[in-house]
Design a protein around this ligand. Structure first.
Ligand SMILES: NC(=O)c1ccc[n+]([C@@H]2O[C@H](COP(=O)([O-])OP(=O)(O)OC[C@H]3O[C@@H](n4cnc5c(N)ncnc54)[C@H](OP(=O)(O)O)[C@@H]3O)[C@@H](O)[C@H]2O)c1
Length: 330
């Protein structure tokens, strides 16, 4: 298979290139070369997709499958115009952030309501319009393609540091500040599992719309499993939303956050997507233990990024939580 990855040097793109090369395919990555290295064995073509004729260098080749990971409607429009008719199969990597309803649990890709797309003149996706811009990208890609709506990507080489916070924190052991309750839902996918499935989907010329994400876990079960996989002894202190918000702990990701925490009930549906269709189409996921061990190994070997509470912030919050209960006499 001659496979073109539009953006093959980012977190997911590089993983797709790695698996495709290992499966013996002829892989070309097209990017500016700013986001990271190209997987060994893959070819590279310089393109600037923000230029009106930026995809022109790729029109000299013929590809069986094109994978596009862009978040910018302008880039997707230009790629579709230049390459889609000449290519056998099109895969667009979208996101579960396209959905408009984050509250209702158990939704499926084929029936869940979407956000309104960005207006046709909007070229660039931003942090603010991310989901709406991806809806616009999906509509530009149109029928006859595979739309893979990825969930939270985790694992080695994650540039965001968000899932990585947990293996790094759990490996230190001791009393761990944990958000919400042990029963809260958490859902993600190891980037290597999604990449492997996308290569399989390319081989099978799969079309349609799927959520590319792993099963729903309970947060308590995940943290305990990761701690055990890392040989670490932890106790968990679960703190509620009101406390976290009062102490300005951020949700989801970034500095002073408890990563992967989303407040309930607002996000009760976000981490409970029904992935039966993707599983039926061949998506397989490795154990959380393996993801945690490999992520920690990579962090230690490469000094990779970790984002969340600092040690001091966590200690201060634990002290404030315990003081609060002492003050109320419980
Ligand atoms: N990370 C997550 O948790 C998560 C969750 C859900 C969905 N997703 C989706 O999964 C995908 C992630 O893929 P990724 O990690 O490989 O992507 P990424 O980090 O967003 O990388 C974007 C790619 O596009 C290239 N690119 C950007 N601007 C370009 C330009 N003007 N011309 C040419 N190339 C350009 C970049 O390479 P250069 O900069 O070198 O040009 C890079 O290879 C995205 O579609 C994202 O929306 C991610």
């Amino acid at each position: 298979m001659r496979l073109l990855i539009l953006g093959g040097n980012g977190f997911l793109g590089r993983a797709i290139a790695t698996y495709a090369c290992a499966a013996g395919h002829d892989v070309t990555c097209a990017a500016r070369g700013l986001s990271g290295p190209i997987a060994p064995g893959a070819g590279f073509v310089f393109v600037d997709r923000d230029d009106a004729d930026g995809h022109e260098p790729l029109t000299h080749y013929k590809f069986d499958t094109v994978v596009d990971v862009s978040r910018h409607p302008g880039q997707v429009r230009r790629a579709v115009a230049a390459l889609k008719q000449r290519s056998g199969h099109w895969i667009f990597v979208s996101t579960v952030s396209v959905y408009s309803d984050n509250r209702t649990p158990g939704q499926r890709a084929d029936t869940a309501p979407l956000q309104e797309p960005t207006a046709p003149q909007i070229e660039l996706g931003t942090e603010e319009n991310y989901g709406a811009a991806k809806v616009a990208c999906e509509q530009i890609v149109g029928e006859g393609a595979l739309i893979c709506r990825a969930g939270l990507l985790v694992g080695p080489e994650d540039p965001t540091g968000r899932f990585s916070y947990w293996p790094a924190r759990l490996a230190r052991g001791g009393e761990v500040l944990a958000p919400g309750t042990p029963e809260d839902a958490v859902q993600f996918i190891d980037v290597r599992d999604l990449a492997q499935w996308i290569v399989l989907a390319a081989q099978d010329r799969l079309t349609g719309i799927y959520d590319g994400i792993g099963p729903t876990y309970h947060r308590g079960e995940i943290l305990a499993e990761c701690a055990s996989a890392l040989g670490s002894s932890c106790t968990f202190t679960w703190v509620d939303r009101a406390f976290l918000e009062r102490h300005k702990v951020r949700r989801w990701a970034g500095p002073r956050s408890l990563p992967l925490w989303l407040p309930l009930p607002d996000f009760a549906g976000f981490a409970t997507r029904d992935t039966t269709p993707a599983r039926d189409a061949g998506l397989r996921v490795r154990s959380v233990s393996e993801t945690a061990r490999d992520t920690l190994g990579w962090l230690r070997a490469s000094n990779g990024p970790v984002a969340g509470l600092t040690m001091d912030e966590e200690l201060e919050l634990l002290a404030a939580w315990h003081a609060r209960w002492r003050a109320s006499g419980s």
